[in-house]
Design a binder for this molecule. Structure first.
Ligand code: ADP
Ligand code: MG
Length: 269
């Protein structure tokens, strides 16, 4: 599949960004936004200049997860200033521009495409070590055109839960990305187990093995597993990234190991 050239305004506007990581899943609700936001915050807490762009126009959850609901970006001429979030992460999301949370429902394809182009071409990202891109769910044309609009993607992180249907969608996502010639950095297996807080026993609530098998089949790295942790939900709802609030938790430790691998892979020291 030949990749059409990225519009010059986007290339120009994003040239100060050293690394770009795209988070993709295929299926919704598997933890893409959770992974994307905590990734950006983790890089930032390691001293990197990090940003996150939420290109999920219909379900922009990044502001909520970072405790930024209700913020409004300022506009300078034809440029938009990103919002500064936890750990100084630069954030842009449709969520900052909608009047009500569900405003985007009425949006149609061309409007969505031009909003995404604006996020890439008209948001003042400035100098960043890493920009994380949170994609909407799916593996269709929309995802394809978003991937084609971002210059020099370091690679895609695939998020899946261990259950067969999620892995099936993850496989489609992997195939799409590989067909486009964009590197897949690896797969993150989210909600891999639930450790009972009372008895300490581990339950593989969504099964096991499928993500590992898919990673072997496509020759991509299994970046790690993230346990199901009810605190992740509570903290997300409060807008507090779990990696900074509870760095000692099993989920945060697992996440940190995963960030190590990723940083190594794209050579962010
Ligand atoms: N490891 C986890 N443990 C517990 N809940 C999680 C975990 N990962 C994600 N969640 C929860 O699952 C829901 C969906 O996650 P989200 O990141 O919004 O998924 P997506 O972006 O793929 O739709 C959210 O309520 C989130 O808090
Ligand atoms: Mg999401």
């Amino acid at each position: 599949m030949p990749k059409p050239p990225v519009p010059v305004e986007i290339v120009e506007n994003m040239k100060g960004i050293k690394h770009k990581i795209v988070v993709l899943s295929g299926k919704g609700g598997v933890g893409k936004t959770t992974v994307a936001t905590n990734l950006a915050v983790s890089f930032a807490s390691r001293g990197k200049k990090a940003g996150i762009v939420d290109v999920d126009i219909y379900g922009p959850n990044v502001p909520k997860l970072l405790g930024l609901n209700g913020q409004r970006p300022t506009v300078e001429g034809e440029f938009i200033k990103p919002i500064t979030g936890p750990q100084d992460v630069k954030v842009m999301s449709m969520g900052f521009l909608l009047r009500k949370d569900d405003d985007a429902v009425a949006w149609r394809g061309p409007m969505v495409a031009s909003a995404i182009t604006q996020f890439l071409a008209n948001v003042r990202w400035g100098e960043l070590d890493v920009l994380v891109v949170d994609l909407p769910p799916g593996t269709g044309d929309e995802i394809l055109s978003i991937l084609q609009s971002i210059p020099d993607i370091d690679g895609v992180v695939i998020v899946s839960t261990p259950q067969e249907v999620a892995v099936l969608d993850a496989r489609r996502a992997i195939q799409l990305v590989q067909k486009m010639g964009v590197p897949v950095l690896g797969i993150v297996e989210n909600m891999s187990e639930f450790v009972c807080p009372k008895c300490g026993e581990s339950y593989k609530i969504f099964g096991e093995g499928a993500a590992k098998k898919a990673s072997e089949e496509y020759g991509i790295e299994h970046l790690g597993t993230l346990p199901f942790d009810p605190r992740v939900i509570t903290l997300s709802d409060e807008g507090s990234p779990f990696v900074i609030i509870e760095p000692e938790s099993k989920a945060s430790q697992a996440f940190s190991a995963l960030v190590d691998k990723l940083a190594n892979k794209i050579m962010i020291d």
